[in-house]
Design a protein around this ligand. Structure first.
Ligand code: 9M6
Length: 582
């Protein structure tokens, strides 16, 4: 029988070597089959294995059922060392070179029995006489690989390849042996047929040991099979190995792709940082091209819009808490309209003057198209928006004037929702933060607002007083009532400019509401259907820092109409089904 001197399975028991004799028929009569404990590895420890001793070879199988198939390892006994353990009286080790099998019998008697048999094999030296001779004649270098050289267990790419090459070389040797054997036989039969009945033997052939040749042939054939099977295993192992390698490579590639993405984002951030940012001065010398700036602004505004929509989707208006109209804010009944606390406030002269100026300004018409410099830039339903292009030191200062008519709400209601801080976040979507710096009275407050950043421009904040007032004796004869809110920038030592990351805008905003009530027929109660409010919204925003004029104008053109529509719709929604607040 042809075997490697040592082999082992994928459990990683020992070094491993050539394949054992699967289905190989030994030449010997002795055939021991029994279960023994075999040390596998540190994970699995001692395991029951089915051990077969046949033809000077000790093979092992996972279990008895498996013994009809390929063995998991085989060890040739003729050069093996058998060593009973010093202390463990059931254990004995069988080793060839550096390949060791650690075995355990059930009892010490059993162990002795095993040791005796194995030792006897060593003395008797394995193969039957005939076969041994034949093998020697035809080269018995076959399969005598060193234990460590070939790897049956989990060979890496290079090791697996080496093992495979060894197996192929082995197959080449088998082929050589078989060829020589057939040559020998051929020559013998040639000599036979040359002169008929009584062949004079060729000197080198006599006597031909047919039995030996047959045994060698069988052993070599089974060796071929075993080696082929081993080749298949090795190929499988290589396939597994490459699969793992590929998975690892894929993971690596993904990691690198992620890193690349991250680096790209960082680069982008660095680019942003090098643009006119909080730490850099903005100005006409800015390196950012206008179209790029404009694109960025668009993107930023779109994002703010998306955020608002997402917020609305999460909590639609219908789910808002019931109207805060009567629970907060100033008393709704007509009473002392101007708080004495406001009249004595240091800001009052300023508030009073600017508010009246703004009212006047609001009530001035826009004249005939173009004549007064007002250009219409947005028109939707009853809403018209006009602007005048004005620049100071290259900074866009365009005053804006918008007129709008809304049905079903009063001027008081519109101003209430515009003025009161608790509603601001509901309709001012470009706000990041709003602080009431001072609550002067029910009609006047000081606000600090931080607007959301429109990338790549600096973030803006605004510090302004806000004043709401009723103007009972409007000069406008058509107006039933006039309410206004005026917002105007101011300074406070406690809130200096550029304290944080923000650039401060200067604004003057005035919202004027004139409400008309159509007298209901037959003296019926006034309903919301009878009410129309004309809104005039005037605004001048000084951006406070440089930004390209075209960009700012594009932002205004886009944001103001959205802002006014959103706000008025908000008021309508809030007032629906609520008592009218005149
Ligand atoms: C300038 C409205 C209280 C209501 C008011 C405002 C507007 C630009 C703009 N954005 C450079 C900016 C900053 C602003 O009527 S209010 O008093 O919140 C106050 C301030 C709007 C502040 C820009 C940011 C970078 C465009 C004009 C705009 C118009 C409408 C809404 C949002």
């Amino acid at each position: 029988m042809v075997v490697s001197s040592c082999s082992s399975d994928s459990e990683g028991e020992g070094g491993g070597g050539g394949g054992g004799g699967s289905g190989a028929a030994g030449a010997e009569d002795v055939d021991v089959r029994a279960e023994l404990s075999k040390w596998t590895n540190y994970i699995h420890g001692w395991q029951q294995r089915f051990i077969v001793l046949r033809g000077g070879t000790l093979s092992y199988y996972k279990d008895r059922a498996d013994s009809n198939f390929g063995c998991r390892g085989a060890i040739s006994l003729h050069k093996a060392t058998v060593k009973p353990h010093e202390f463990d009286e059931c254990r004995f080790d069988v080793s060839v070179n550096d390949c060791v099998w650690y075995l355990r019998a059930e009892t010490k008697e059993d162990r002795q029995h095993w040791v005796d048999i194995l030792e006897s094999y060593k003395v008797e030296s394995g193969y039957g006489t005939g076969s041994e001779n034949s093998l020697r004649r035809h080269g018995s270098a076959v399969s005598l690989h060193s234990c460590g050289a070939s790897t049956a267990s989990g060979g890496s790419g290079a090791r697996g390849l080496r093992a495979l090459k060894e197996k192929l070389a082995e197959l080449g040797t088998f082929r050589e042996i078989l060829c020589r054997q057939t040559d020998t036989l051929q020559r013998y039969f040639d000599a036979l047929s040359e002169d008929g009945q009584s062949p004079p033997m060729p000197a080198e052939l006599s006597p031909v040991d047919f039995r030996g040749e047959a045994i060698t042939f069988k052993a070599t054939a089974s060796g071929v099979l075993a080696t082929l099977q081993h080749c298949a295993e090795l190929l499988q192992q290589r396939e597994d190995y490459w699969k793992v390698r590929m998975e690892r490579e894929e993971a690596k590639r993904k990691r690198i792709e992620d890193l690349y993405k991250e680096a790209k984002e960082q680069l982008q951030q660095a680019r942003i940082a090098s643009l006119p940012g909080p730490d850099l001065e903005e100005g006409p010398h800015s390196t950012i091209p206008e179209d790029e700036f404009y694109d960025a602004v668009e993107t930023g505004l779109d994002r703010i819009e998306e955020e608002r929509e997402a917020r609305l989707a999460r909590s639609p208006l219908s789910s808002l808490p019931p109207s805060r109209q009567t629970s907060t804010g100033p008393p709704l009944s007509p009473g002392p309209r101007t708080d004495p606390g406001l009249l004595t406030h240091t800001l009052w002269p300023d508030i009073d003057r600017v508010s009246m100026e703004q009212l006047q300004h609001a009530l001035e018409g826009v004249g005939t198209e173009g004549s007064s410099g007002w250009q219409i830039f947005a028109e939707e339903g009853d809403m018209r928006m006009y602007r005048r292009e004005e620049e100071v030191d290259g900074m866009v200062m365009d005053p804006l004037k918008a007129v709008h008519k809304v049905r079903g709400v009063t001027g008081h209601e519109v101003c209430h929702f515009f003025f009161r801080p608790e509603y601001r976040h509901d309709w001012e979507t470009t706000l990041e933060q709003m602080t009431v710096v001072e609550n002067i009275s029910d009609e006047a407050m000081v606000f600090l607002q931080t607007h959301k950043r429109i990338w790549p421009a600096n973030q803006r904040d605004a510090l302004f007083w806000s004043h709401m007032r009723h103007v009972p004796d409007s000069e406008d004869k058509d107006a039933h009532d006039l309410w206004l809110v005026c917002n105007h920038s101011m300074t406070l030592n406690d809130y200096p400019e550029n304290m944080g990351k923000c650039v401060r805008v200067k604004l003057t905003v005035c919202l004027v509401c004139q409400t008309r009530v159509d007298p209901p027929k037959n003296g019926a109660n006034i309903t919301r259907d009878d009410i129309t409010t004309k809104i005039t919204y005037c605004s001048v925003v000084n951006p406070g820092g440089w930004a390209p004029a075209s960009v700012l104008r594009a932002v205004y053109k886009r944001e103001y109409p959205k802002f006014l529509k959103r706000f008025t719709q908000y008021v309508i929604d809030q007032c629906q089904d609520k008592p009218i607040m005149f």
